[in-house]
Design a protein around this ligand. Structure first.
Ligand code: DQA
Length: 150
């Protein structure tokens, strides 16, 4: 049987990391984040698949596809969809694959509308405000989780 893989989903505008409001989101690019995650996974023999889209429907479709591609864990930064998307929430709920919600910035220390998330109550955990490192910490958890399941 093919081993479980980890899917990393990035929502809208995260393709602009490195140039987008660096004082809030840092200088690390999305390519660099993905590279680090894939290397970390490789070291543990787990494939890490990264997907970014600015489109809600593409993200929903990608979550559906996770049912059939051996995805055992999802790491998701829904970006602005965190605060708006019942559709993406429902997709994650429908596939019933455990996930961690990650935010680069601390969403609780910013504008009030960012404090509410459609995902947090379904998530195995939430990491917010630790910058790009948050994805790596989430992946360490995911790899341990998959290891324990094997
Ligand atoms: C974000 C926080 C969201 O409020 C915002 O819309 C983003 C990025 C973060 O990673 O800090 O696009 O999810």
């Amino acid at each position: 049987m093919k081993p479980a893989q980890v899917l990393v989903l990035h929502g809208p505008n995260l393709n602009l990391l490195g140039v987008r409001e660096p004082e809030v989101y840092g200088l690390v690019t999305l390519g660099e984040i993905n590279e680090r995650l894939m290397k970390l996974g490789e070291a543990r023999g787990v494939s890490v698949v990264c997907f970014q889209s600015n489109s809600e429907s593409d993200l929903v479709e990608r979550v559906h596809k996770a049912r059939d591609d051996h995805t055992g864990f999802i790491i998701v930064n829904p970006a602005a969809f965190t605060h708006t998307s019942v559709a993406l929430r429902d997709a994650l709920s429908a596939v019933a694959i455990p996930f961690i919600e990650v935010h680069l910035s601390n969403i609780h220390a910013r504008e009030p509308f960012r404090r509410s998330s459609y995902f947090s109550d379904l998530a195995a955990g939430v990491i917010t405000g630790l910058g790009a490192k948050g994805y790596e910490l989430a992946l360490v958890y995911a790899l341990d989780f998959l290891g324990h399941k094997a």
